[in-house]
Design a protein around this ligand. Structure first.
Ligand SMILES: *Cc1c(COP(=O)(O)O)cnc(C)c1O
Length: 231
């Protein structure tokens, strides 16, 4: 199967999941996670109208962004170090991985220098996995309130990386929890904080994530095939 065939098949499953959940497919953005994959594979998708791509490393994102069309919307989905913020803040349309006030301060500062306002999500470790980045669910509201006071950053919602599992049903409750958390935070009506984005679901579990309210799913392997980290 070609990258385009894979993409279309994932897109069809997105539509079916929306139908099951009584949702409009236009509410869900399918982000093609192109990390480790060559420019040529990204270019294959452009004629289909695909514009949302996800990367987890600053250097890879900026290199690809320099070469490819400025129409592409780059999503920074990986852990972000403060010293790399300046390279990515004007390249990424959305930073999915904010997990501390210090990182948010750096993003606000660098965005301000470039006369921009950065859009970000708070990354929540809903399953409490030791190995994962992200804040605990109970930290999300206090952190959102602190970040809301910064001038050049806007929180748009929440992101989570659910545990790896063979059976996506195992993650349904985690997605439900993230959704509930976003509703709770939205009810606080904090200035500069909206909760319209729920970034959750990857190749193994995006259909369940959509059934539970995902607005952005991040699919890599299902579109580009397995990643080879040994080369
Ligand atoms: C790699 C990655 C994905 C995509 O994972 P697949 O299982 O290949 O779909 C999604 N989100 C994040 C944060 C990632 O790092």
């Amino acid at each position: 199967m070609s990258v385009c065939d894979n993409y279309k098949s994932v897109e069809e499953k997105v539509i079916q999941a929306c139908k099951r959940a009584g949702r409009d497919p236009s509410e869900v953005t399918l982000i093609a996670v192109s990390k480790t994959k060559p420019i040529s594979m990204i270019e294959e998708l452009l004629p289909l109208g695909v514009r949302d791509f996800g990367e987890n490393k600053v250097q890879e994102l900026t290199e690809k962004a320099e070469i490819l069309s400025p129409e592409i919307r780059w999503h920074m989905i990986g852990h972000l170090q403060r010293n790399k913020v300046k390279y990515v803040v004007d390249k990424a349309c959305l930073i999915h991985s904010v997990d501390s006030l210090r990182l948010a301060e750096e993003i606000s500062k660098e965005a301000g220098k470039k006369n921009r306002t950065a859009s970000v999500l708070l990354e929540v470790n809903v399953a409490g996995e030791e190995s994962k980045f992200g804040i605990a669910p109970e930290e999300a509201l206090p952190l959102a309130k602190e970040i809301a006071g910064l001038p050049h950053i806007q929180i748009k919602g929440l992101m989570t990386i659910a545990p790896y599992t063979e059976d996506p049903e195992n993650n349904r409750n985690f997605f439900r929890d993230l959704r509930k958390l976003s509703v709770d935070i939205a009810q606080e009506n904090i200035d500069n904080v909206t909760m319209n984005v729920l970034s959750m679901g990857m190749t193994g579990d995006y259909e369940v994530a959509i059934e539970e309210g995902a607005t952005h799913v991040r699919v890599g392997t299902g579109i580009f095939g397995e990643r080879n980290y040994s080369i």
